[in-house]
Structures are given as structure tokens and as C-alpha cells.
Design a binder for this molecule. Sequence first.
Ligand code: AMP
Length: 196
Amino acid sequence: MNLILFGPPGAGKGTQAKILQETRGLPQLSTGDMLRAAIAAKTELGRQVEAILAKGDLVSDDIVIGIIAERMQKPDCARGAVFDGFPRTIPQAQALDRLLEGKGRKIDLVIVLKVDDAALVSRAEQRVKDMIAAGKEPRADDKPETVKARLGVYYKNTAPLIDFYTGQGKVVVVDGMLPIEDVTRDIAFAIDRKAK
Ligand code: AMP
């Protein structure tokens, strides 16, 4: 099964993708993680995208489509994958359809995690505190002003994808305000119903 975890920054996509990776053996394909890894490794790609991530803007479609296409060729994606933070634009969604079509596959399910803006802002603040308490460097884009910019980008560029996938009958909306275990249960329910 190929599924997309969709929602604004801080909705819990990464948390739930990791759970699905453990429980279902579907690899988590997070373009955000891949870009942060490139930045940490100081690769040419990392240098190109560092300032863009720090501002909360979107990296170009060509770059993210390139990294996801490469990742999808790895053997662990043969049974499907959980897409986390990709696609974020209509051209990315169209490219993903083409990449999957090439393997005789398609997106089976799009889980939309719904979370209030106020909760997203306070989750980012909490993430910064947790990272500092753990002696780690907080994410540069979890600063309050950058979180607001990321939310603006989400509503402008990414939220329209909900209509794109609703038109294909693939969307299930899950209440992302619930405790993590309840969100996990609701996602599991949606996947199992789809798999029947
Ligand atoms: P995330 O970890 O998914 O919140 O992504 C962190 C940042 O990486 C985003 O704010 C963007 O700057 C960049 N990014 C991640 N995925 C994409 C994507 N699919 N398209 C464009 N930019 C992306």
C-alpha cells in the first residue's frame, strides 16, 4: 500500500509515519528528513536548500521530485511506502502519480490530519523546549515566526492537494487533535478498511 500522511506542519505526520513503519513495515519517506540530512552532511544539495528550509519556504519541485524518485527505487519500497511531507504541490502530486504508475502502482489512501492552527503553534514551541531540554539543537524552522510562515505556505500551496485527492476518492480525514494513540488507531482503521 502507498499512502500519504497529509497535514500542516506539526500535525503529527512524522510521528504517525514512524509508527506505521514499525507496525506495517512500510518505509517512511520524509522529504523533510532527507533535506535535513543533506544539510547536516553539508552536501551540495544541502548547501542549496539550507536557507530555504530556515525561512520555511518550499524547496523547488524539481529537487524534491528528484530525491523522492531516487528513494523510491530502493528495494524496501517494493511493497509500498508512507509519504510524509511529500507531495506538497500539485506538480509534485502529478509527478508522484507518474512515478508510481511506472511501477504499476498508485496512491491508495491519503490520510489528512486535522489540527487547529493554535495547537500547531504551541506544538512547535513545545518541540523547541523539548530539544533544548534534551541538549539538542532545535529545528531552525520551529521559531514562532517561521512556523507562521510554514503555515501560510501550507494553506496556499499544499492544502489545495486535499481537493486533488478528494476528487479521486482517496481522502480520509483524521482528528489530529486527539492523543497520539487515538490518532494511530483511527489511521489503522482507515488503512484496514481500504485494504479489504
Ligand atoms: P518537514 O519536515 O516536512 O516539515 O519539511 C521541512 C522543510 O523542508 C519544509 O518547510 C520545506 O522547506 C522543505 N520540504 C520538505 N518537503 C518538501 C516538499 N515536498 N516540497 C518542498 N519543500 C519541502
